[in-house]
Design a protein around this ligand. Structure first.
Ligand SMILES: Nc1ncnc2c1ncn2[C@@H]1O[C@H](COP(=O)(O)OP(=O)(O)OP(=O)(O)O)[C@@H](O)[C@H]1O
Length: 575
């Protein structure tokens, strides 16, 4: 994410700010001129009030114009900040959604939320304050300086000598704040991560009697964030004080010089002296505003750096292309020498070589930790292999359009996620088509959730998930099945529930899938002997490799490992 690139895209808005700034500069000059003229006419020439009515009306119009231009610059600047944030958030979202699952699991979600919300918000001042102020400060003061030089060059020389101290201080303070604002953002993200982690695991922490300890951990990270913020603010206050001091001293010098020239040397008129005295503060006000905007702009640059650090870790992006897959029938899947290793020399999957024909029913079995879920994530396209190629319908996955693949795919896991939303929204999640209320009720009936839902006040429009009504484990599973029934995928990855689910749920899942799966390719991480026996092929996984591939009949007598795996399953299913 390049700041220059965003600036280039927002060139039009910046041009508007430049135009408004030039007009504002002209208004400031004329406004000062009119004030001087009015005072001169009334107090020095002792003219009646009526003689300045036209000048006063003009002054009123100019003040109105000034307010309007300030408003225009403000609203264009806000839009500039808004567009920049939108662009960066989209880029981040894109990054998170294309990123392979592997590193995503490593980071804490709170840190990501912190990055997505707070860090992106920190970027706003750069575009909505700093850039517009840079434009204003590089146009209006130049206009003012030109006018001051024209009317009274010594005042211009004083400004020319003192003004550079302001950017000089800005640069020094900028260097000092860089580390501090980096530390502040670091602390803020650490705090978000800690907070969300504790919230999500609160039940576990309470059950293990660790809730109090977590409280103190949160307190420590809050204090860390507070201290870092105070450090940044201290520098900000010190810088504001210095800017004030420099501009007051400079204006004092100009006042002294002007009064000497007017009273002692009699070399300028009251008119010119007053005019210069009115313009000089306008000059410094703008520079001071620039310096405070510079301070926020510096923090924004740190935030942009943090976001770039996150985005540049895209070595693990899951790569997709543009080739659309056929619709109607399931795609064939082929894995050629596919390898995947979790970071830091973690678990290694592969090399995997396999081919799945359309409509095949495959059971995947293996001991806990043998890599079944990891293989599912690779097959689903949620992870990117380190080496080797995945072919979908003969096309390399890197060339295939991701949405045409995900449209085919259904993944029924053991811990489905229920989003904050209504029951109807959660069920129609997987399809782009319009889903009528009747269809929702039909699938609810199929998964035996209709009785429960009909007792709810808002029926299928009841909010569930976070902030809504809770669901039991079995109900969540049935809701996830309802999603699949609505989506009607042509390839189903099914992580069969281990025994322990309520009988009703188990039966519902079995019956529904038996009818549904005829028209699908189904790969099941199987825990039931019936699923294993009825599948076309069985893959046995051991330490990240598929060590056997065959039918139940073939493996039952010839493969000792298979026997050792299914004997306990058989026993469990019989109990
Ligand atoms: N995000 C991760 N980072 C590092 N290692 C991981 C990650 N996820 C899983 N693993 C490791 O990879 C190995 C395989 O895990 P996987 O979940 O694929 O096994 P599984 O066969 O599905 O196990 P189970 O039957 O218990 O669900 C395990 O040793 C696990 O500790």
């Amino acid at each position: 994410m390049n700041v220059k690139q965003i600036i280039r895209e927002q060139k039009n808005k910046l041009m508007w700010i430049l135009l408004f700034s030039i007009l504002l500069g002209a208004i400031i000059v004329f406004q000062a001129y009119l004030i001087v003229e009015i005072i001169h006419t009334i107090f020095l020439e002792n003219q009646p009030f009526e003689s300045v009515v036209t000048l006063l009306s003009l002054l009123f119009i100019l003040l109105l114009g000034r307010a309007l231009f300030i408003h225009f610059i403000g609203s264009v600047s806000l839009k500039l900040g808004f567009q920049a944030k939108k662009k960066i958030r989209n880029r981040l979202l894109d990054h998170f959604s294309t990123k392979s699952l592997t590193p995503t699991n490593e980071d804490q979600s709170g840190k990501k939320i912190g990055l997505m919300l707070d860090t992106v918000d920190e970027i706003d001042p750069y575009f909505s304050e700093y850039l517009p102020k840079v434009i204003q400060a590089s146009t209006i003061p130049i206009i003012l300086l030109g006018v001051i030089f024209y009317f009274n060059y010594p005042s211009g020389l004083i400004i020319l000598f003192t003004a550079p101290f302001i950017p000089l201080f800005m640069a020094i303070i900028g260097m000092k704040t860089r580390d501090k604002s980096e530390e502040q953002i670091e602390q803020m993200n650490a705090f978000s991560a800690q907070f969300l982690d504790t919230l999500q695991g609160l039940k576990t922490l309470k059950l293990f009697g660790k809730a109090k300890q977590s409280e103190s951990k949160i307190e420590t990270s809050t204090l860390g964030f507070r201290d870092a913020t105070m450090d940044v603010l201290k520098v900000a206050f010190a810088s504001a004080f210095m800017m004030e001091l420099i501009s007051m001293l400079s204006m004092g010098l100009i006042a002294l010089e002007v009064s000497f020239r007017m009273i002692v040397f009699d070399s300028i008129t009251f008119h010119t002296a007053f005019f210069v005295l009115l313009l000089a503060p306008e000059f410094y006000v703008l520079l001071k505003e620039l310096s405070s905007a510079f301070h926020s702009g510096r923090e924004s640059l740190t935030a942009i750096k943090k976001i770039n650090e996150e985005i540049s870790t895209d070595a693990n992006d899951v790569s997709w292309g543009t080739q659309k897959l056929q619709t109607g029938s399931p795609s064939s899947i082929q894995l050629n020498n596919v390898d995947m290793q979790y970071p830091n020399d973690g678990f290694m999957l592969g090399p995997i070589n396999l081919h799945i024909d359309p409509y095949e029913k495959i059971a995947l079995i293996g001991e806990s930790g043998s890599g079944k879920t990891t293989l599912f994530h690779l097959l689903a396209g949620l992870m990117e292999p380190q080496s080797g190629t995945i072919y979908l319908d003969g096309y390399s996955k890197a060339d295939v359009d991701s949405s045409s693949w995900f449209r085919q795919l259904g993944y029924l896991s053991q811990d489905p996620y229920i989003f904050a939303g209504t029951i109807a929204e959660n069920i129609s999640l997987g399809t782009d088509k319009f889903v009528s209320d009747q269809e929702i009720w039909r699938v609810l009936n199929q998964v035996k959730l209709d009785t429960l839902v009909s007792t709810l006040e808002h029926g299928i429009h009841t909010t569930i998930g976070e902030g809504g009504r809770g669901l039991s484990g079995g109900e969540k599973q049935r809701l996830a099945l309802a999603r699949i029934l609505i989506k009607q995928p042509s390839i189903l990855l099914f992580d069969e529930p281990t025994t322990g689910l309520d009988l009703k749920t188990e039966k519902v899942i079995q019956n529904s899938l038996e009818q549904l799966t005829e028209k699908m390719t189904v790969i099941t991480i199987a825990h039931r002997i019936k699923t294993i026996q009825s599948s076309d092929r069985i893959w046995i996984m051991e330490e990240g490799k598929i060590v056997a591939d065959g039918t139940h009949k073939e493996l039952e007598h010839s493969n000792e490992f298979y026997q050792s795996l299914i004997t306990p399953i058989r026993k469990e299913n019989m109990e």
